[in-house]
Design a protein around this ligand. Structure first.
Ligand code: SDX
Length: 393
């Protein structure tokens, strides 16, 4: 439609939608948010500025950024009654079950004030989701470990606020380590959007019926949870720990190649990337930097991950299938070093992806020719036949 991107008519006949937000070239391993390369944004920008870019299409001026940050900061608290939802969950519930439930419950608190045909109310819902999902995720963690909820603070930046809500306790001061805050912010940026992945497509399809945005984002959370999608970051670190030492890698490589074995190398492969996932490159650099700064560079999982990557990238099967590390391969190692349990990895992915989901939802809702999604099928069932009474069966 514009610039160097042209549409092949054949492509549009199979495309789910047109979008201006995120571009992926799977063969080149290229990822652009509104035209800006992901590695530049991850290293030079910060998450709320990236949120502004994804939502409104341009990098903000200093004043625009300050206004946006103030709007997000002033909406980080939940309605106090929402605390009651947490009490209804079992303590050992997976945090994603809690996040999915509480995000959906936002419909009961904010939906009836959200006329999605009103641009300002769409804005309010957008800011509320970006602002409140970190609080929802942090409180899911606190509830799981039996600690009191820590309220958001307006004097902290977005990433520091999330870390403070997760790791502070009322009985002593907690100062967020800037190393962790920078790493957390970079992880948020790397996960912010990724064109029409499964969970984003879920949000678009739910939104196409004009369901309220909170219910649509809850649908995205549910889809992301799967180990083939956002759940892979948790599954990947658990796999690296199961491998344990580099000498056991060949055993797992063999299993990944065995078609009779359902085992897949978690954090490897991608439906679109047939080259390195550019996010994995930045994540790997960040893992080296963060673990080095924290003095845990000899972390066994990182050593196994690096050796596994090296072996897999030299293996004929992986080369032939064009399988490379994806965004989930190194992220869990960083999150583990920051102190998170593996069960919190996917909620953190959902927290970061909320801006991508809501940006794609807005783009769809604001498209004047938008219609309800209605995928078709290739029917392979029985041809028409008459009913048979039970005596005749
Ligand atoms: C995310 O879509 C997105 O953009 C998602 C995401 C995002 O930001 O939203 O990028 C986030 O979900 C990343 C992916 C996280 N999942 C994992 O790391 C789980 C492990 N990966 C695999 O399950 C798999 O790679 C998928 C699910 C990600 C993709 O699977 P596909 O679509 O089947 O991949 P493919 O068609 O390119 O596979 C080609 C071949 C197949 O074998 P054949 O049928 O040709 O014989 O490679 C095999 C696959 O079975 N294969 C693997 C493999 N991944 C693919 N074999 C072993 N280990 C793997 N990890």
């Amino acid at each position: 439609k514009t610039g160097r991107f042209t549409y092949d008519p054949g492509f549009t006949s199979t495309a789910a939608c047109f979008s201006d937000i995120t571009f992926i070239d799977g063969d080149k391993g290229e990822l652009l948010y509104r035209g800006y390369p992901i590695d530049q944004l991850a290293k030079q920008s910060h998450f709320l500025e990236v949120c502004y870019l994804l939502l409104y299409g341009e990098l903000p001026t200093a004043q625009q950024l300050e206004d946006f940050e103030n709007r997000v900061t002033s909406h980080t608290m939940l309605h106090e009654q929402m605390v009651n939802f947490y009490r209804g969950f079992r303590r050992d519930a997976h945090p994603m079950a809690v996040v999915c439930g509480v995000v959906g419950a936002m419909s009961a608190f904010y939906h009836d004030s959200t006329d999605i045909n009103d641009a300002w109310q769409r804005e309010v819902a957008t800011v509320r989701l970006i602002a409140k999902v970190p609080t929802i995720c942090a409180w899911a963690y606190k509830y799981a470990i039996g600690q009191p909820f820590v309220y958001p603070r307006n004097d902290l930046d977005y990433a520091s606020n999330f870390l403070h809500m997760c790791f502070a306790v009322p009985c002593e001061d907690y100062v967020v380590d800037p190393i962790l805050s920078r790493a957390m912010d970079r992880i948020f940026t790397l996960h912010a959007d990724h064109e029409q992945n499964a969970s984003t497509s879920t949000v678009r399809l739910a939104g196409s019926s004009h369901a309220n945005p909170f219910a649509c984002i809850a649908a995205g959370v549910a889809c992301l949870w799967g180990p083939a999608h956002g759940g892979a970051n948790q599954a990947c670190l658990e796999m690296l720990r199961e491998i344990g030492t580099p000498d056991r890698i060949p055993e797992f490589i063999a299993r990944a190649k065995d078609k009779n074995d359902p085992f897949r190398l978690m954090g490897f492969g991608h439906r679109v990337y047939k080259n390195f996932d550019p996010r994995a490159k930045v994540m790997k650099e960040s893992a080296d930097e963060v673990l080095g700064l924290l003095g845990v560079e000899d972390n066994p999982a990182l050593q196994v991950a690096k050796e596994l990557e090296k072996i897999a990238l030299e293996d004929e099967y992986f080369i032939s299938k064009k399988l490379y590390p994806n965004v989930d391969f190194y992220s869990g190692i960083i999150l583990d070093a920051m102190g998170f349990p593996t069960s919190m990895f996917t909620p953190i992915f959902a927290l970061a992806r909320t801006v991508g989901w809501i940006a794609q939802w807005k783009e769809m809702i604001e498209d004047p020719v938008q219609k309800i999604g209605r995928p078709r099928q290739l029917y392979t069932g029985a041809t028409a036949r008459d009913y048979v009474e039970v005596e005749g069966r």
